[in-house]
Design a binder for this molecule. Structure first.
Ligand SMILES: NC(=O)c1ccc[n+]([C@@H]2O[C@H](COP(=O)([O-])OP(=O)(O)OC[C@H]3O[C@@H](n4cnc5c(N)ncnc54)[C@H](O)[C@@H]3O)[C@@H](O)[C@H]2O)c1
Length: 270
């Protein structure tokens, strides 16, 4: 607790019975927000294909899910979302194993915090390749199947930095703003196929990605907390709750939306 502001509190997670049996392809599932989302969907009886570059992390996530949710159906596929052929193969593997893809969770992503004058072409390409192009490749490959099967749900983890902008985060902000734009364009284009497309826009959330930035001194934790009206970091579980809501029937009329969960950051001076 800081100055009377409460820490993250345990909460009774929501229940969306309609998510039972849904087939969820979760990218970046080996860690952080993607892993927490996998737990949220597993709790609802969804069937999961976890995709990540990190083979060890995938195996650990699978074992953790099977221990926490006995009977859960979970498979893994190692692929980079930047490789359209590998993404297509991962979608085909998901279809072969589970018969369909109902929900795509685009979580895989990296940070890119650097002064813009020092940003190399490789830095720029890496951030755009992973944080924007990778989202598009996964979205297109999954949506081709959703069109055939009569509908689906696409959720991308963008960022509050897809809506607001920041010094020394140019490539990340540009990529995440691209994800928000992609979300709106595709929501309009694919509504006729019964595909909803939305984005979750987290503020600073305590994951390996943020921990490494704090450890490297690439972010000032105290300053971030002072700038956040609720004076704390978000938790991966709180982001998972947003995804569960947006994927559920309770959000059936919501498409093309970028839902911010940032402790008030963007509201304060946005
Ligand atoms: N943590 C935050 O504060 C925060 C805030 C806003 C948005 N986000 C976004 O949320 C998403 C998840 O972030 P996180 O904090 O859980 O990060 P994380 O580093 O804990 O997890 C990201 C996962 O993506 C995987 N990955 C990276 N590149 C990949 C690739 N090319 N192909 C497949 N997998 C790849 C990594 O191996 C890792 O398992 C990211 O898109 C990030 O930009 C995070």
């Amino acid at each position: 607790m800081q100055h009377g502001y409460p820490d993250a509190q345990p909460f009774a997670p929501a229940r969306y019975p309609g998510l039972a049996g849904k087939v969820v392809l979760d990218t970046g599932a080996a860690s952080g927000i993607g892993r927490a989302m996998a737990h949220g969907f597993a709790r609802h009886g969804a069937r999961l294909m976890l995709l990540d570059l990190d083979a060890g992390g995938l195996a650990a996530a699978k074992a953790e899910l099977e221990a926490a949710h006995p009977g859960v159906e979970v498979e893994t596929v190692r692929a980079s979302i930047t490789d359209p052929e590998a993404v297509e193969a991962a979608c085909a593997a998901t279809e072969a194993r589970f018969g369909r893809i109902d929900v795509l969770l685009n979580n895989a992503g990296i940070s890119m915090n650097k002064p813009s004058l020092e940003l190399t072409p490789d830095d720029w390409r890496r951030a755009i390749d992973i944080d924007l192009s990778g989202v598009f490749f996964c979205t297109q490959a999954a949506a081709r199947r959703m069109v055939r099967q009569g509908g689906g749900n696409i959720l991308s983890t963008a960022s509050m930095w897809g809506l607001a902008s920041s010094a020394r985060r140019l490539a990340y902000c540009a990529a995440k703003a691209g994800v928000v734009s992609l979300t709106k364009s595709l929501a309009a284009e694919w509504a006729e196929h019964n595909i909803r497309v939305n984005a979750v826009c987290p503020g600073y959330t305590r994951t390996a990605l943020v921990d490494s930035l704090l450890a490297r001194g690439a972010m000032d934790g105290e300053a971030l907390l002072a700038r956040t009206p609720l004076r704390r970091f978000g938790t991966p579980e709180e982001m998972a709750e947003v995804a569960l809501f947006l994927a559920s029937d309770a959000a059936a009329f919501i498409t093309g939306h970028a839902l911010v969960s940032d402790g008030g950051w963007t509201a304060d001076g946005f």
